[in-house]
Design a binder for this molecule. Structure first.
Ligand code: ARG
Length: 250
């Protein structure tokens, strides 16, 4: 009996060993797939976009399969910190606070926090709304830099409220429904959202300029190889080619 038990344990250990080996072939990327042109679903329901294609190119170079997991943006940093996902590619802005929690790859794109408003709006900045009404309602995607800046500059200052949505598309729907005065979001998604929905515009005044990078857990074993592959794909023009494919020149 004892012997049988021991054999079962050995068999179980061997099986889990095999499973661990098999898993080495796949890297899991978490992102929030409501952020065109960085990540969105194509007509076949497959995730695509700048981040997805760059991640695919890196995995192909390194010989890994890529698995993409669509979660809330707010869960991306905790998800890589805990090791639940290998990395996050989510149009993620590099900030000092986030650097305390994750390690970032080289930056591969630039973003601008911009402001979406109803087409008929006469204001030119968030401050104009505050001036006219004494208060402002700002829609954001939860836990993004747009959320952080709006919270610091307006909510914490008693100048308005910040409504936090699960993703950018939901924030834009709230704006269309008149629930918020404006939405603070990255410029390329903003352009996509105003192209997809009637009656919206982007204000001329930008809010902040930022760098995007992919995030890894601090003790990630594949970070160094992954970042080296990204650096090569930046140097040989592959990354720019992918960006140009999704962001047509103006
Ligand atoms: N760049 C902003 C940030 O890092 C927003 C990113 C949102 N990304 C997404 N896939 N929904 O906070």
């Amino acid at each position: 009996m004892k012997k049988l038990f021991a054999m079962l344990i050995v068999a179980a250990l061997m099986l889990s060993g095999i499973a661990a080996l098999a898993e080495k072939g796949t890297l899991t990327m978490c992102t929030n797939v409501a952020f065109p042109p960085y990540e969105f679903y194509d007509e076949n329901g497959q995730p695509t976009g700048i981040d997805v294609q760059i991640a695919k190119a890196i995995c192909a170079k390194l010989g890994y399969e890529l698995e993409i997991v669509d979660i809330e943006f707010a869960q991306c940093i905790p998800g890589v910190q805990s090791g639940k996902y290998d990395f996050s590619a989510a149009g993620m802005t590099v900030t000092e606070e986030r650097k305390q929690m994750v390690q970032f790859t080289d930056t591969y794109a630039t973003g601008i926090q911009s402001i979406i408003a109803p087409e008929a709006a006469t204001f030119e900045s968030i401050d104009d709304i505050v001036e006219a009404n004494g208060t402002v309602k700002i829609g954001v995607q939860m836990a993004t830099t747009g959320d952080l800046y709006s919270t610091w500059d307006y909510e914490d200052e008693g100048k308005g409220t910040v409504d936090r949505y699960a993703n950018g598309a939901a924030a834009v729907q709230a704006l269309l429904a008149g629930k918020v005065d404006c939405v603070v979001i990255d410029n390329e998604p903003a352009k996509n959202f105003i192209a997809q929905n009637e009656g919206l515009k982007i204000l001329d005044t930008a809010y902040a300029v930022e760098d995007y990078a992919m995030a890894f857990g601090k003790d990630s074993a594949i970070y160094a190889d992954f970042n080296a592959a990204l650096a090569e794909l930046i140097a040989d023009g592959t990354v720019q080619g992918i960006i140009d494919e999704f962001i047509p020149a103006e």
